[in-house]
Design a protein around this ligand. Sequence first.
Ligand code: NAD
Ligand code: ISE
Length: 335
Amino acid sequence: GTLRVAVIGTGRMGADHVRRINDVISGARVTAVVDVDGERAKSVAGSVDDCTAFTDPAAAMASPDVDAVLIASPGPAHEETLLEAFRHDLPVLCEKPLTPDSASALRVLQAEQRLGHRRVQVGFMRRYDKEYMQLKQLLANGDLGRPLLLHCRHRNASVLPYFTDQMLINDSVVHEMDCTRWLLEQEITAVTVVRPTPSANAPEGLSDPQLVLFETDGGAVVDVEIFATCGFGYQVQAEAVCENGTARIGDAHGLMTNTAGGWGGEIAPDFVARFEEAYDREVQHWVDATRRGEVHGPSTWDGYAAAAVCEAGVRAQAEGRRVEVEMIERPALYG
Ligand code: NAD
Ligand code: ISE
């Protein structure tokens, strides 16, 4: 039957996922929405047929009208909600990051192992982006040879005023950490962060942009420009430099024009626009797998691994030196 979903956290991402589940994808509908801000929950529930508003995630998960949970609250709230979902043995799509630090990610990983089966898909949506999927396929077929370098640019027009240096790593560069592990099928072993004098346009206290370097256990080096207040739009690019060639994604989308002595195209304003299709594909994939009783996509292990790399990244940033990543061995449940 139709999958009945509780969406927990109805901010920017949560509200967009509610719309997506009800109006865009098939096989699911939203029967409960939860927000600690009760007015927000009520207003989102009011836009959906037969949908109940809650302020307590546990109450929604105990409802007989809920088969699965989509978590879109802020990262620090994820652990408690994930553990409660495990108590009800409910399938979960959890927005990235799994949790904001590796100790809490490890607790979630251990709880899922005690449950004995995978229940979580983590919202690393770039794995569902058409261009990233093409790059993944190209690297996997081996024609380009071994990847030596991955150059990444991650630019946001602006960020919320409470954004911090740590969030540049935990909320933004975490995507490149997952993409590196997924594209190269290698683990990240060390992180270094260097920074120029901050842009005059960056908010007080935010050291923006920064350059984040990863080393991998397969001998590759990855550089990530994170520039969260670039002002001109939302741009995510990646170029793999391999032994026999290079491959690059993220340059242009859609219409290109020649006009008035110039040429050019448009830049997406934000992630909601740039990754719209990826989010649609991600949530459809989760719904389809869940209805078959399966779990695919980025796992709790991937969420934990990214959190471990983030932790090294945050230390590298604070201490101004290269920091090695500390991770447990991959448990059997995650093959
Ligand atoms: P937001 O601040 O717009 O929305 C979060 C909502 O959660 C708010 O309405 C808040 O009141 C509510 N909330 C807070 N604590 C809660 C709790 N314990 N239970 C229920 N609701 C709670 O944030 P956002 O930008 O929508 O981000 C939400 C999540 O999505 C974060 O994990 C973030 O990292 C992730 N995100 C992912 C992407 C992506 O590209 N995949 C983009 C943006 C955000
Ligand atoms: C946000 O949380 C995201 O996940 C976006 O994809 C990222 O580009 C942005 O920097 C983050 O703040």
